[in-house]
Every structure is written in structure tokens, then in C-alpha cells.
Design a protein around this ligand. Structure first.
Ligand code: FES
Length: 240
């Protein structure tokens, strides 16, 4: 039973980075269920999520070079195209590249976050904030990710019990580790949606998106408020 729950969790979509974490030219590393993935944008702004492992001798690709339209492994210099296929081997420049490629994962950008799934069955992509929310996309603010030294189930349980940021949770699903809180007042935003990334068995990352359609100083104050609140929640979880 426990393993089937874990399997269904692995097959779900999870946030692996914020949009700001992955500017063009940067190789961002994220950990999901103990698997390292490298997240990067090519020069056309197209996003790629790859296993962080060279298919030649398993060196981390994230310590390699961003080539604009592909990536080069630091060790033997094999080059991989944006599609993940090997296209050039420096030791054999006149030979065709071997038919080998990097494993890539399905991903999507939504609500200011980058989501990925380790599943090959292409589950339905997530929608964190309700689409019928009256706020515009511009007013969806991404909180600073909060790293917690605890497993995702413990973090999820703590979020369920927590009523600090807002009132009751509008929706909370333990299976996909997401919840949306609704606010009675606009002071700290309209809605706060949280999603947990299970980095490994003992580490999680909380991502938050706030719908706040008020003036910019108030939005910043709301962001600070929720960041402070979630940081305090993290401290309580880690103190257990
Ligand atoms: S390990 Fe990457 S090119 Fe050899």
C-alpha cells in the first residue's frame, strides 16, 4: 500500500523550480524523489528538463557547458542537442555521433513554476491556482521556495494543520501534495496556493504562489508575510 502511494506520487507532477531560477544560460539542478535533474533554457527560451547524468560515463551534465542550443559534458566533451541526442564526440570528430541520448522528462510552466513528472504515462498537467480566480497572471506572485529538512508527508500534514496564512484550505490533496488557501480579507492576498516537492525521503521544498491584485507595496508586504510565516512553519517542523 505504501509503495503504491509512493508510485502514484512519483507519477504525479511536482514543482521543480520557479521561473526565476532558470534564466537563459543557467543550468539549474533540482532533486525530485532523490533523482537529480538539470533544468535549462536554450537560446530560444525553450525549456528542457533532463536527467543530470551524461549517458557516456554518468558525469553530471549540470557541471558542463550551456551551448545555447544544447549542452556539452565537462568530462569527454560530448555534445548533446536540445532534443537530448548526442551530436558530436570530440575524440572522433569525423565519425557519426553514437545513437545515444539524455533522458528527458515531461515538464510545463504554470503559475510561475516549472513542473515535471518522472512518469512516462503523461498524467494531466496541474493547475495550482484556480483558473477562475479574478486576478491576472501578472498578479500571481511566486514566493521564495522554502527548503524543509523533513519528508513530504510530514510537511503536508503540517500544512493541513496550519491555519496561519489564511482561513480554511479550499482544496488540499495529500496525494499530489498541493493545497489552496482562500483569504477572507485582501490584506495578504486573495489566494495562496502551496505545492511540495519531495526532494528525497528527508527533504522537501515548499513552493508558493500568491494571487494578490493590490498595489505593489502591499503585494511585497504580503509576500514577506507569507515567506515569514512559512519559514516559521519550517522551523516548527524541523524542531519535532
Ligand atoms: S562522461 Fe560525459 S562525455 Fe564522457
Amino acid at each position: 500500500m505504501i509503495s503504491s502511494t509512493r508510485d502514484s506520487l512519483r507519477a504525479a507532477w511536482h514543482p521543480i523550480a520557479t521561473r526565476m531560477d532558470v534564466p537563459i544560460g543557467h543550468l539549474h539542478v533540482s532533486l525530485l524523489f532523490g533523482e537529480e535533474v538539470v533544468v535549462w533554457r536554450d537560446r530560444t527560451d525553450k525549456l528542457h528538463v533532463w536527467e543530470d547524468r551524461c549517458p557516456h560515463r554518468s558525469v553530471r551534465l549540470s557541471i558542463g557547458r550551456h551551448l545555447g542550443d544544447g549542452m556539452q559534458c565537462i568530462y569527454h566533451g560530448w555534445e548533446f542537442s536540445g532534443g537530448g541526442r548526442c551530436r558530436f564526440v570530440p575524440a572522433h570528430p569525423d565519425d557519426p555521433a553514437p545513437a545515444i541520448g539524455v533522458r528527458s522528462y515531461d515538464h510545463i510552466e504554470r503559475d510561475g513554476l516549472i513542473w515535471a513528472t518522472l512518469s512516462e504515462s503523461k498524467p494531466t498537467p496541474p493547475s495550482l491556482l484556480p483558473r477562475q480566480s479574478t486576478v491576472t497572471d501578472r498578479a500571481r506572485l511566486v514566493l521564495r521556495p522554502i527548503v524543509v529538512n523533513a519528508g513530504a508527508a510530514m510537511v503536508c500534514a503540517a500544512l493541513k494543520d496550519d491555519r496561519g496564512p489564511f482561513g480554511a484550505a479550499l482544496d488540499l490533496s495529500e496525494n499530489d501534495l498541493r493545497c489552496v488557501f482562500g483569504s477572507a480579507t485582501a490584506e495578504h492576498g486573495d489566494k495562496l496556493a502551496l505545492a511540495i516537492r519531495p526532494a528525497d525521503d528527508n527533504r522537501s521544498v515548499i513552493y508558493g504562489v500568491l494571487a494578490a491584485d493590490n498595489p505593489i507595496p502591499e503585494r511585497l508586504a504580503a509576500l514577506r508575510h507569507h515567506n515569514d510565516h512559512l519559514s516559521a512553519l519550517r522551523d516548527r517542523i524541523e524542531a519535532v
